[in-house]
Ligand binder design. Structure first.
Ligand code: FPP
Length: 314
């Protein structure tokens, strides 16, 4: 660890870390162009940054880390680049498996996985299965992911479950950890088994086990059908390369996330920059729509909860 990193680590309160960190890894192309390299060189270097980020978060005992690797919109890029990214991901999953296992990390993939090339689907399922008995940090890779698509998939899965009148027929995948975008009609038999096993009927059905198509959907029910089912919502959303956008990333889940946008391009976002983002997060006052703690202390005994990054499970 460098002197800079150990100085930053001293400033970090290890008892107030975010439970879930989500990252929009942006700026690979610009990083490469500034060096007169092809864009793909930026992506390749970006995997090194991903490795450092994953290892650091796992060692800090952060509960979940989500990396935005490929969006549903990224298919608009030249085929050579999308092919390269798919290949890089496959390579990455294989190469990093020892690090993942060493750090007791559980992998989950968020997105319309069933639309990916068959080889990628296979690697994704293998990685999920090989790590599903680990008990440490959740590493979620958003792959062929779109926030709107995720909400639409969740609603369609709920509609489908209601049409069948039986919650167990279409429960959301939770134990399989490969979030299947085609929620109502999983293309993979294993997903279906996981769905059946995982969702209590009470989450979507009335006590007699039947659901009414007119029954109102609650926030909890919708959350249970998202790819991130069972994970805390992100407390901290990091975006590199300075763009002030959320880019269709975890739209539902980032409702109360603190945003940290840095000009640093993803390949340059080293451990020191990550520690700075975590330190900055600890300076934020989180209010969840409540009021400032000083004003609330006299009137509201819950003021401390509102200030705690771990408060209210958010
Ligand atoms: C955005 O930069 C980056 C991506 C679309 C790909 C991110 C993928 C990796 C870092 C590969 C490894 C992934 C994992 C999970 C290990 P950009 O190309 O849009 O950059 P630009 O805005 O400068 O063009």
């Amino acid at each position: 660890m460098s002197v800079e990193e150990s100085e930053l680590l001293k400033k970090l309160d290890l008892t107030r870390l975010p439970r879930h960190v989500a990252v929009i890894m942006d700026g690979n192309g610009r990083w490469a162009q500034r060096r007169h390299l092809p864009r793909i060189a930026g992506h390749r270097f970006g995997t090194k940054t991903a490795r450092t980020t994953i290892e650091t978060c796992a060692r800090l005992n952060i509960e979940a880390l989500t990396l935005y690797a490929f969006s549903v919109e990224n298919w608009r890029r030249p085929k050579a680049e999308t092919d390269f990214l798919m290949q890089l991901l496959r390579e990455y999953i294989r190469k990093e498996m020892p690090l993942i296992q060493r750090n007791n990390i559980r992998m989950r993939f968020l997105g319309r996985i069933e639309e990916l090339p068959p080889g990628v689907q296979k690697d994704v399922r293998d990685a999920t299965e090989r790590t599903n008995t680990n008990t440490g940090m959740w590493l979620c890779i958003a792959l062929n992911y779109g926030g709107r698509a995720e909400i639409v998939d969740a609603l369609n899965a709920i509609l489908s479950a209601r049409q069948n009148g039986n919650a167990h027929a279409n429960g959301h995948v939770a134990n399989g950890h490969v979030a299947n975008g085609n929620g109502a009609h999983p293309s993979n038999g294993n997903s279906q088994t996981a769905r059946e096993a995982s969702t209590p009927a009470s989450q979507i059905a009335s006590p007699n086990g039947h659901t009414s198509p007119l029954e109102r959907i609650t926030e909890e029910q919708l959350s249970a059908y998202l790819y991130t089912e069972g994970l805390p919502d992100p407390d901290l959303l990091i975006r590199t390369s300075g763009e002030m956008r959320v880019s269709n990333f975890l739209l539902w889940q980032i409702a109360y996330a603190e945003m940290f946008v840095t000009e640093t391009l993803w390949p340059d976002f080293n451990r020191a920059r990550l520690l700075e983002a975590l330190i900055d997060f600890q300076k934020r006052e989180r209010r969840y729509g409540g009021i400032h703690s000083a004003s609330s202390e006299s009137s509201n005994g819950n003021s401390h909860e509102l200030n705690s990054p771990r408060a209210a499970g958010k």
